[in-house]
Design a binder for this molecule. Sequence first.
Ligand SMILES: [Zn+2]
Length: 86
Amino acid sequence: MTITTACPPQSAPGPVLFRAGCPHCRENFELTAGALRLAIGGSARTTFYSFSCPACGEAVRKPAGDRIVELLTTGGVRTMRLHAAR
Ligand SMILES: [Zn+2]
């Protein structure tokens, strides 16, 4: 028996999907939290998220604003802090 839902139920536990686009092959796809990495640096310029494009295999790195950082961290994306100890 197959049940098809147009949109996933909000309360159901499951992997959070993040929509991303690849600048290399211009493919759009959804990635699970495990496929993404978030790096938080000391400034907005050094804060970015990265992933490997499932379509062409290129490593993609994109700047992450406050909103994206919040989305990714609450979604369970592995976070790497780049703060240099001074
Ligand atoms: Zn690609």
